[in-house]
Write a protein that binds this ligand. Structure first.
Ligand code: MN
Length: 285
């Protein structure tokens, strides 16, 4: 029941996202700690999906700017449809349809409610909790804003995600300080795309214009470069034209067939270390 919206928005023959199942034993779980995760999601807009396990599903908020460790930042968090528990470890490319884009598992861990009655706190629009993730820790609050939608009698979708002042608060910009996946070591959005099929994305990127479209194009270029075994576009290992490097003699053309056979072997070395292998291994998890 709680996952009807999740199901309605997706065609599971076309998306690699987990199906809508509620594990019975998790639905019964009444006491914390519960599962929580944050997924960095480059779709039509870049955002961070903040998810808290409750009654067998993941309550979900889309946070455009991502969480902040600074207690004076009030990060807008749009309440979205519940997601299945299995979504909490999902990472990959949604090729088309709702949410089309790249999903990266940015943080994962447990949450514990700070009040006894979670349902009452959710209804009231004031949920205090403690996080124990890799990146996010300590005390936080999700508070529903007064505004659009409230006058109609239904609670609005806008909430604010705010860090409480404690030892885990600070001025460091956590989304730029710790941008990578917690599932696939060192991976960013481009690496996840590279493990999928960046050639298709080159021709069928869903976001065309604006900042997100530009970010998509840049990430697709990065993904293609990673897949080809280059570090990043612009980092060309070959000497530039006109450089004084005493290499690249043009004369041994006749030996070229012999020399060329050794060249690809050299070129293959960075390909192995470029992240393609760990990505594939991670996909099977
Ligand atoms: Mn999302």
């Amino acid at each position: 029941m709680a996952l009807e919206d999740y199901k309605k928005k997706r065609d599971f023959t076309k998306t690699p996202e987990p199906s809508a199942e509620v594990p019975a034993e998790r639905a019964k779980k009444k006491t914390g700690p519960f599962f929580f995760c944050v997924q960095k999601h480059l779709a039509s807009h870049l955002h961070y999906d903040f998810r808290l396990e409750w009654k067998g599903v993941l309550l979900s908020w889309a946070v455009p700017k991502g969480p902040s460790l600074n207690p004076s930042d009030k990060r807008l968090a749009m309440h979205v449809e519940d997601h299945p528990i299995a979504y909490g470890t999902f990472e990959g490319v949604i090729p088309e349809g709702y949410g089309a884009g790249i999903v990266m598992l940015w943080d994962v861990g447990t949450w514990t409610p700070e009040a006894d009655d979670v349902d009452a706190a959710l209804k009231k629009g004031d949920l205090k909790f403690t996080l124990d993730g890799y990146k996010l820790k300590g005390s936080w609050v999700l508070v529903r804003t007064r505004g659009y939608g409230e006058s109609s009698g239904r609670p609005g979708r806008s909430w604010l995600l705010i860090k409480h002042r404690d030892d885990w608060a600070g001025a460091v910009d956590i989304t730029t300080f710790a941008p990578h996946s917690v599932k696939t070591p060192e991976a960013d959005l481009a690496d996840i795309l590279a493990a999928d099929n960046p050639e298709i994305w080159h021709s069928h990127a869903p976001a065309k214009g604006g900042d997100t479209g530009m970010m998509f194009r840049r990430i697709i270029e990065q993904a293609l470069a990673i897949k080809e075994g280059n570090a990043r576009p612009g980092e060309d290992a070959r000497p530039r034209v006109g450089s004084k490097a005493p290499k690249q003699p043009k004369e041994p053309k006749t030996k070229s067939s012999a020399t060329r056979k050794t060249t690809p072997t050299k070129a293959r070395t960075p390909r192995k270390t470029a992240g393609a292998k760990p990505m594939k291994a991670a996909k099977r998890q």
